[in-house]
Structures are given as C-alpha cells and as structure tokens.
Design a protein around this ligand. Structure first.
Ligand SMILES: Cc1cc2nc3c(=O)[nH]c(=O)nc-3n(C[C@H](O)[C@H](O)[C@H](O)COP(=O)(O)OP(=O)(O)OC[C@H]3O[C@@H](n4cnc5c(N)ncnc54)[C@H](O)[C@@H]3O)c2cc1C
Length: 202
C-alpha cells in the first residue's frame, strides 16, 4: 500500500463512521514476490478469502446476536407500552422469542462450519447461509430495539433523552451495511441456490 500510484479514499457510512475505503491503483507496479497464490489465480484467492469472511467470521457474530438479544430483553422490561412493561406485550414477546430461536439456529449452523475447520477442511459455500442469516436477523433485532423506544427512537448520540446514548440507533444504521458487505443478500441467495442446492444458474 506504500507503492506509488496507490490512493486510499475513506467511504463515509450513514452511521457516520468510515471503516472502509475506495482504493485506486494507478499504474501500480507489484513486485513478483508479492503475488498471492498462482499467477492469474486472483479469483481463487478472492473467493477463498470471502469464504473465510462469510463462514468462520460469523462464529463470533452469533455471540454479538446473543448479547444484543439480552440487551433487547432488558430494554423491553424497561420500556412501557400502554402502561405496562413492553416485555408483557404478547406480540413483543413473540418477536423476542423468534429472535432467540433464530440465534440458536445460527449457533447450530456455525457449529457445522466449526466442525469443518476442526477437520482441517476449507470453509465451504454453506458459510453464505450463516452470513445471510446473521445479517438479516441482526437487522430485525435492531429494528425491534428502536420500535421499543417509541418516539425516543428518533434521538441520536449526545441527546440527553436518547436511550443508551443512541447505541441502538448507531447499530441500526450500521447494520444496513451488513447485508451488503462481504456479498449482498441477493448474491448470498444466488450462491446458496447455485452452489449449495445445485439449482440452475439465473
Ligand atoms: C459496511 C461495509 C463494509 C465494506 N467493507 C468492505 C471491505 O472491507 N473490502 C471491500 O473490498 N469491500 C467492502 N465493502 C464493499 C462491498 O463488498 C460491496 O458494497 C458489495 O460487494 C456490493 O457491491 P456494490 O456496492 O458494487 O453493489 P453492486 O454489485 O453494484 O450491487 C447493487 C445491487 O444489485 C444487486 N446485484 C448485483 N449483482 C447481482 C446478481 N448477480 N444477482 C442479483 N442481484 C445482484 C446487489 O444485491 C445490490 O442490491 C463494504 C461495504 C459495506 C456497506
């Protein structure tokens, strides 16, 4: 990245952060020693890297989900709906229970990924299922977190009345990128359809 012709431009996300960048390579010369894998085999390197990002990386994300569900349970007990704690509302309870079931489903799916790794095998395209399932479940959880806050959901970090100093709001805006980064949900569904289920290409 220190080579002449290499430009890094941060991309500002709607959460306010800029965690990743646009990279420009203008006539950059890469020493032959720096070639990853075999020559003209860049796609193999890219797809293997992505299989690690989609599979094993989701192992820790399941814990993030479990932690988020625990926070949502606390929030539901603290927020009132029609004069009673939201945690007594049957619809809210049902949504929380579904999120818990989904996080357990992800845990079992991740154990399958872990088993492959422990056997010394490469993560396979089924990691796409974990990535897809995590990112969409995470968005559902954060949307519930904001719904529980009612009109306070519109408040951002730094506001005196923002619940948990806008932590739910920040994560909800950040989570929109989770169904894009590392492959969009549409691409994950295509991978699952074609490479896991063996359906015809679209
Ligand atoms: C938070 C965040 C972090 C990121 N981090 C990185 C990073 O660290 N490194 C990096 O290199 N990139 C990173 N990205 C970029 C990310 O990989 C791309 O945004 C993503 O691959 C989608 O590509 P695109 O934005 O060019 O959209 P496009 O590929 O142009 O897609 C636009 C829309 O068309 C749909 N679409 C495209 N092709 C198909 C198809 N064949 N079938 C069905 N639908 C299709 C997509 O699902 C999407 O809805 C990050 C993005 C985000 C949001």
């Amino acid at each position: 990245m220190q080579s002449p012709g290499f430009t890094v431009k941060p991309l500002r996300q709607m959460s306010g952060d800029a965690e990743f960048n646009e990279l420009y390579l203008d006539h950059v010369e890469v020493p032959a020693d720096n070639v990853l894998g075999r020559e003209n085999g860049g796609w193999e390197v890219a797809i293997t890297t992505l299989m690690f990002e989609r599979g094993p990386r989701t192992l820790s994300r399941q814990l993030i989900l479990r932690q988020g569900i625990a926070e949502a349970l606390e929030l539901a007990a603290a927020q009132e709906r029609n004069g009673v704690p939201a945690s007594r509302d049957p619809v809210i309870r049902q949504r929380l229970a579904q999120l818990y079931i989904d996080s357990e489903t992800l845990r079992y799916s991740n154990l399958r990924v872990l088993t492959r790794l422990l056997r010394g095998e490469q993560p396979g395209p089924e990691g796409a299922a974990s990535k897809l399932f995590f990112s969409e479940t995470w968005q559902r959880l954060l949307e519930l977190g904001l719904e529980l806050q009612g009109p306070y959901a519109a408040l951002w970090q730094g506001s005196d009345r923002a619940v948990a100093d806008g932590w739910w709001q920040f994560r909800q805006l950040r989570s929109r990128g989770d169904t894009l980064a590392g492959g969009t949900s549409e691409i994950m569904r295509n991978i699952l359809a074609e490479r896991v289920l063996g359906l015809p290409k679209d």
